[in-house]
Design a protein around this ligand. Structure first.
Ligand SMILES: *Cc1c(COP(=O)(O)O)cnc(C)c1O
Length: 476
């Protein structure tokens, strides 16, 4: 059993020996000696395990081992959070980071990140200041609100509004508006965690003013209207306009809150999209407080924006939970820079990536698809067919859920697809995902669809196609 002294196992070099090789110097400089030693141990362990199996590598020279070590270190040191090409056709894709920031905001973030700032410091008075001061004026100007405050995201904004205004009290809300946003944001759960009691009013499809009238009483803390941002109820429906609900609430002395979800600061009809409610409209309808996201249609950083009556916002800011939900200086810098762009609406579509993507003419996208079809056909090396198609983009992230925006892209179909098996298609999608800048498309009717509405850097996309490691064997 033990006469295998000449086995390749015995011939694997030692860790120390490899650490003394010339290639090690550059790797130590780049990654440090402990990381290099770990990587060598890892590679040697893998080789040892593969010896004598069908996976035994045929090249086991020290040079080739050091190459493996170098590749392993490159892979291990790659950040987990990486840029990808969002070719899903969903412009504001929550899983892919929602809004891309404009250059002005990115620059503002870098400046804020680099060193000290007057984040909470009143430069005129030389004393402690308020971090909301950097945004409040802009937000009030753009929405018509008396006061504003900003928290980590809109889920936090809703939580804070509920907890500040209706702790241990009832919150009448229409049954048609008890939304779930992807990733466990469910209005009934948020209400419970905010310490409020949800009081459902009306029915799924119809809610009347009289339903609210009957529900409001001494236990009511707040009446809440939620924008049905990711679905539409159609057919025999009735909802109560915000202005009527506001009047009822004020007659009964309870505050009225509107959660808009997306909330845009401009009239989207100017860009050929349907109207999406704005915070200014809700406030003009006499809502006391309105919440909306910073990284949905607004096109800024992740944030939850709360605007409304001064007395109400003051109460919200005094809640100790505000401290736990507050935004950092980089978010403030980015949001302020984005809001600044809204001061010049005529140039907004060129400067704000979200709006630019939504308003992009379909002919322009189609021309790009035609150009890229050629590069892609070469990269795919006849292992798949590539066809220019018309497709539909959508806004995403709970805005205009039923709206389809005509777009164009490519449909890629594996040549070897066996009927119904789908594995070649999965492999194709995986190959695109394993590119240096992963490409995320969508699978539809046996094809990988790449919608080019959100592709801005066409050259970078085309440049990496030659790395498509598509073969008959599974991609990594
Ligand atoms: C998206 C959305 C939220 C949650 O906002 P986040 O910014 O994702 O936290 C809350 N309410 C509505 C109506 C929404 O559309």
């Amino acid at each position: 059993m033990t006469k295998q002294n000449t086995s390749p196992r015995a011939s694997l070099p030692s860790v120390d020996r490899l650490l003394c090789r010339e290639e090690a110097d550059a790797l130590i400089a780049a990654y440090g000696r402990p990381a290099l030693a770990d990587a060598i141990r890892g590679v040697l362990a893998n080789l040892r395990a593969a010896l004598g199996t069908k996976d035994t590598p045929n090249d086991m020279t020290e040079t080739s081992i050091m190459n493996r070590v170098s590749n392993r270190l490159t892979e291990e040191s790659r950040p987990s959070l990486r840029p990808v090409f969002n070719l899903t056709g969903t412009v504001l894709h929550t899983n892919l980071g929602r809004a891309a920031l404009p250059a002005e905001a990115i620059e503002a973030v870098a400046i804020a990140a680099r060193g000290a700032s007057n984040l909470e410091y009143d430069l005129a008075g030389g004393r402690r200041g308020d971090r909301d001061a950097h945004l409040e004026e802009q937000l009030c100007r753009l929405t018509g609100a008396e006061a504003a405050t900003v928290v980590n995201n809109n889920a936090a904004a809703v939580l804070l509004v509920l907890n500040s205004l209706a702790l241990r009290k009832e919150v009448p809300t229409s049954r048609g508006e008890l939304i779930e946003i992807g990733g466990s944001f469910r209005m009934p759960d948020i209400m419970a965690r905010s310490g409020c009691r949800l009081r459902e009013v009306g029915t799924t499809n119809r809610t009347h003013l009289s339903d609210y009238e009957a529900a409001i009483g001494p236990k009511t803390g707040l009446v809440m209207k939620v924008h049905t941002s990711n679905y539409a109820i159609e057919g025999f429906t009735a909802t109560v306009p915000e202005s009527e609900l506001a009047r009822l609430c004020h007659d009964r002395g309870v505050p009225f809150a509107v959660d808009l979800g997306s909330g845009t600061l401009i009239d989207l009809r100017k860009f050929g999209l349907p109207h999406e409610p704005t915070p200014a409209e809700s406030l003009a309808s006499s809502a006391d407080v309105v919440t909306f996201s910073g990284d949905k249609l607004l096109g800024g950083p992740q944030a939850g924006i709360i605007v409304g009556r001064a007395s109400i916002v003051k109460k919200i800011k005094r809640n100790p939970m505000k401290r736990a939900l507050r935004v950092d200086k980089m978010t403030i810098a980015a949001l302020s820079a984005v809001l600044n762009l809204y001061a010049d609406p005529d140039h907004l579509v060129e400067r704000l990536p979200t709006l630019r993507a939504l308003a992009r003419p379909v002919e322009e996208i189609r021309k790009m698809a035609e150009r890229l079809r050629v590069s892609l056909a070469v990269g795919l090396n006849s292992l798949a067919s590539v066809e220019v198609i018309n497709c539909d983009s959508q806004v995403g992230s709970g805005a205009l859920p039923t709206q389809r925006i005509p777009s164009a892209g490519l449909a890629i179909r594996p040549a070897t697809e066996r009927r119904g098996s789908g594995t070649a298609l999965q492999r194709l999608a995986a190959a695109f995902r394993s590119l240096p800048i992963p490409v995320i498309g969508r699978l539809q009717e046996g094809a990988l669809i790449l919608d080019f509405r959100c592709l801005e850097d066409e050259a970078a996309f085309a440049a990496q196609l030659s790395a498509l490691a598509l073969s008959e064997t599974p991609a990594r």
